[in-house]
Unconditional design. Structure first.
Length: 211
């Protein structure tokens, strides 16, 4: 490089001109180092701030997730019983018992929860009945409802493992005996709902009332 004072050619790493003694200023190198230092520290600051902001966002997301979990209502299980505002105060269960039972089996297993024929008559007379295509929707005076399905029946002459007339006919036991070997029950199909009598050995559906 050349001396800025006398113009003589001097070594690049000189601090003074060997001809005129003029000090050599290396401002451009200092500026370069300062610029590099500024860039380096700027990058550090950006990384630190980005980490802090990201951590804050994650924290906010966790908070929102916790709020959503807390505010999401649990699905409530279907009610086991329904109050149809019947004059007797009888409370009916909302689902049939699984399977089919002879009269003796129903009385032995369910006892006083098996409705009487009078409770079936009250249900018929005090509620509105609407055929749904596979059973009846029963609505009380208070607007509460339950469904009695036409659950079909096993073969009257014996249980061959099949269920007949599902969706078109249903027979339910009452606890009221009618005569020797004959028991009062309740029959429903698309045309009619009525009390009936039947052999105690025939297997029928069971819908319970609350004790």
């Amino acid at each position: 490089m050349k001396c800025s004072n006398c113009g003589k050619e001097i070594a690049n790493d000189s601090h003074f001109c060997e001809y005129c003694g003029n000090p050599i200023k290396k401002t451009h190198k200092n500026i370069m180092w300062i610029a590099l230092a500024v860039i380096f520290f700027s990058l550090i600051i950006i990384v630190v701030l980005s980490g802090a902001l990201f951590g804050e966002k994650v924290s906010q997301c966790d908070d929102v997730a916790e709020v959503l979990v807390e505010e999401t209502p649990e699905e409530s299980a279907p009610a086991a019983v329904v109050d149809l505002a019947l004059p007797s105060g009888t409370i009916w269960y909302t689902f049939n018992e699984t399977g089919f039972y002879t009269y003796e089996e129903a009385v032995s297993q369910f006892g006083t929860r098996l409705p009487t024929i009078e409770q079936w008559k009250e249900l018929l007379e005090e509620c509105q009945w609407l055929w749904t295509g596979s059973g009846y929707k029963v609505t009380g005076n208070n607007g509460n409802t339950m469904t009695l399905p036409a659950a079909g029946h096993p073969h009257p002459s014996g249980d061959d493992g099949n269920v007949y007339e599902v969706g078109s006919r249903g027979h339910y036991w009452s606890s009221t005996p009618h005569a020797s070997g004959v028991v009062c029950g309740f029959l429903l199909n698309s045309d009619d709902v009525c009390t009936t009598i039947g052999k105690s050995s025939v297997k029928s559906s069971v819908r319970l009332v609350q004790d």
